[in-house]
Design a protein around this ligand. Structure first.
Ligand code: LLP
Length: 385
C-alpha cells in the first residue's frame, strides 16, 4: 500500500498522523454503489465513523446519503453538500436543540428510540410549525455475535423499542399531529463478520412488518442500519468488505411491502481500510521477558485497542530486518495504552516508521487530547503523491 516515494514523503512529516488513501476510498465507494444500486437500495454513510471534510466531500459526490447521530453531524453533513432529504438522524438522547436542527433542515427522518422522545419531537415540531418524519428504531433482539461493547440489537441493550411494545406505541403516537411515521429502523451491532446474522435480522423484520399490517399502518421505508465488518487481519488482501454478499442477503430475505424502500447506514466498511495511523518508534526498550516498542502514537490517537481490545495490524515502513517480537505501546501514562502484545515486526530502532492499519473508521473521530497531547493531523494520498 505504501510506495517508497510515499514513505520518503512520510519521513518529512511530523508524526503521528493519519493518512487516507483516497483512491481506495473511491474504489470502495464505487463497489458499494454498484452492489447497492443493483437492488435499488439507498446507502447513508454513518458520519460517526469519520467526519473529515475531505472524506465527506468525496462520499457525498458519489451520491450517498448521511446517517447522523448529533445535531453537529447533521450540520456537518449539510455543510458538505449532503441533501437533507437523504439525512437520517439517529441517537438515543437527542436534545431539544438537536431536534430543532433536524426539523429546520427538513431531514429524511428522525430515527426515534422511545415514546418520550417521539412525544418531545411532536411538541417541538408543533411549536416550530413543522411535520417531523420519523422512523421507529425497533430492537429486533437478534444477536450480532460481535464484541459486547458494540452489539446493540439485544433486548438488554439501551437502544430502540421492543417489538412486543409496538401495538401500544402505535396507539400512543397515532393522535400526535406533528409526527408522520414513515419508517422502521434497526441496527444490531458493528464489525459483524458472520453475515448469517443479517439473514436472522431480515426474518425478524418480516415478522415485525406483519405487526404493522395488523395495525393498518403503512411504512414507507425499512432502514436496516449498518454493521458490516472488515478484515483487520488482512487489510491489503481484503481491502474491500463483502458488499455484494451483504446486499444480496437483504435482497433475498426481506419481504417488502409495495413501494417500500430499503436503507443502509454503513460507516466502518466504507472508510476503515482507507486510513492508517503513521507513527514513529521513539524507543526500543528491553524488559525482563519482553521487548517494548514505544511509539509516538497512543490511545489518545487511536483508542480502539485500549477500549475494545481491538486488533489493528502494524507494519514497519522503514525496516526490512529479521522479525523480532514486541509489545507495541503508546506513550500515554496508562497501562492500557497498548496497541498489540507479542507481535512480530522487523527489528526496529529509534526513528523507524510504522503504519497502524485499518484506522480510517472510529480512529480520528475518537481521538482525545488526553495527557494534553496534540491531535494527529490528516493527510490524503492525492495531495501527497
Ligand atoms: N447506524 C447506527 C444506528 C449505529 O449505531 C452505527 C454504529 C452505525 C449505523 C454504523 O455502523 P458501522 O457500519 O460503522 O458498523 N466505536 C466502535 C464502533 C461503534 C459503532 C456505533 N454505531 C468501534 O470502534 O468499533
Amino acid at each position: 500500500m505504501f510506495s517508497e516515494t510515499l514513505i520518503k514523503k512520510f519521513e518529512q512529516i511530523e508524526t503521528p498522523f493519519y493518512f487516507y488513501d483516497v483512491q481506495l476510498l473511491q474504489k470502495t465507494l464505487e463497489t458499494v454503489k454498484n452492489a447497492s444500486e443493483k437492488y435499488n437500495f439507498s446507502v447513508h454513510y454513518a458520519l460517526k465513523a469519520n467526519s473529515n471534510n475531505r472524506i465527506l466531500e468525496l462520499i457525498q459526490k458519489n451520491g450517498f446519503g448521511a446517517d447522523c447521530v448529533s445535531g453537529n453531524e447533521v450540520l456537518k453533513a449539510l455543510e458538505n453538500g449532503f441533501s437533507p432529504s437523504k439525512i437520517a438522524f439517529a441517537g438515543v438522547g437527542k436534545t431539544d436543540k438537536e431536534i430543532k436542527i433536524g426539523l429546520n433542515s427538513g431531514i429524511f427522518s428522525f430515527n426515534c428510540e422511545s415514546i418520550p422522545e417521539i412525544e418531545v419531537i411532536n411538541q417541538i415540531a408543533h411549536k416550530e410549525g413543522k411535520l417531523a418524519k420519523i422512523a421507529i428504531r425497533i430492537n429486533p433482539n437478534v444477536d450480532s455475535k460481535t464484541h459486547k461493547h458494540i452489539t446493540t440489537g439485544l433486548s438488554e441493550n439501551k437502544f430502540g423499542v421492543n417489538y412486543e411494545d409496538l401495538p401500544e406505541l402505535l396507539k400512543i403516537i397515532k393522535p400526535l399531529k406533528n409526527i408522520q411515521l414513515v419508517g422502521i429502523h434497526f441496527h444490531i451491532g458493528s464489525q459483524i463478520t458472520n453475515l448469517s446474522v443479517f439473514k436472522d435480522l431480515c426474518i425478524r423484520i418480516n415478522e415485525i412488518q406483519d405487526i404493522f399490517v395488523a395495525q393498518q399502518t403503512e411504512i414507507e421505508h425499512v432502514n436496516v442500519g449498518g454493521g458490516l465488518g472488515i478484515s483487520y487481519e488482512n487489510p491489503d488482501e481484503d481491502a474491500t468488505a463483502r458488499f455484494e454478499e451483504y446486499f444480496k442477503i437483504f435482497a433475498d430475505n426481506l419481504k417488502l411491502k409495495p413501494r417500500q424502500t430499503v436503507h443502509f447506514e454503513l460507516g466502518r466498511s466504507i472508510i476503515a481500510q482507507s486510513g492508517s495511523l503513521i507513527s514513529k518508534v521513539l524507543y526500543v526498550k528491553k524488559g525482563n521477558s519482553k521487548n517494548f516498542l514505544i511509539l509516538d502514537a497512543g490511545m489518545n490517537d487511536l483508542i480502539r485497542p485500549a477500549l475494545y481490545q481491538a486488533f489493528h495490524k502494524i507494519e514497519s515502513l522503514t525496516s526490512d530486518k529479521q522479525d523480532s517480537v514486541y509489545d507495541i505501546v503508546g506513550p500515554v501514562c496508562e497501562s492500557s495504552d497498548v496497541f498489540v502484545k507479542d507481535f512480530k515486526l522487523p527489528e526496529a530502532q529509534r526513528g523507524d516508521l510504522v503504519a497502524i492499519r485499518s484506522a480510517g473508521a472510529y480512529g480520528e473521530v475518537m481521538a482525545s487530547a488526553y495527557n494534553l497531547k496534540d491531535f494527529a493531523k490528516a493527510y490524503y494520498s492525492d495531495i501527497l503523491q
